[in-house]
Design a protein around this ligand. Structure first.
Ligand code: GCU
Length: 136
């Protein structure tokens, strides 16, 4: 399964800073991220970010979310694809710090054409920091 690049056209990766909608900020004050920054989702329930993922045909795929959680508390998020939940309150557990990135993977279904991938914070702490998503 190949992935898609939103902006620069090279391979499978959607940077946080390329999200279509961001409720939060694109920051650079931690290390280890790819691209030009990472998404710091607003610390509020329901803060979300959204990417458009094109697919040539209906297919199944794996969504990888590369995140950091420098707190000692889980940062759960809902994940939807085209409005359908693929994860409810998916736990993004603490990593070793804000400079330490980990990857969570979920199976998803894509339709032919433009797909909308959304991550939404489910607690007032907001989600983890997100470096990128990859569809593969
Ligand atoms: C710190 C950290 C941010 C992070 C935030 C949070 O401020 O520097 O990168 O997003 O905590 O709690 O979400």
């Amino acid at each position: 399964m190949r992935g898609y690049q939103l902006v620069s056209g090279s391979s499978g990766v959607y940077q946080a800073e390329e999200a279509r909608i961001v409720q939060g900020t694109i920051d650079t004050n931690h290390t280890g991220f790819s691209g030009s920054g990472f998404l710091n989702l607003a610390n509020s329930t329901g803060s979300y970010a959204e990417w458009t993922v094109p697919a040539g045909a209906a297919s199944t795929a794996v969504l990888d979310l590369t995140y950091a959680n420098g707190t000692g508390t889980d940062r759960p998020m809902d994940v939807t694809v085209n409005g359908a939940r693929v994860a409810t309150g998916r736990v993004f557990a603490p990593t070793a710090g804000w400079d330490t990135w980990s990857t969570a993977s979920l199976p998803i279904s894509l339709k032919a054409g433009a797909n909308t991938v959304r991550v939404s914070s489910t607690t007032a702490d907001g989600g983890p920091n997100l470096d990128r998503i990859t569809v593969r």
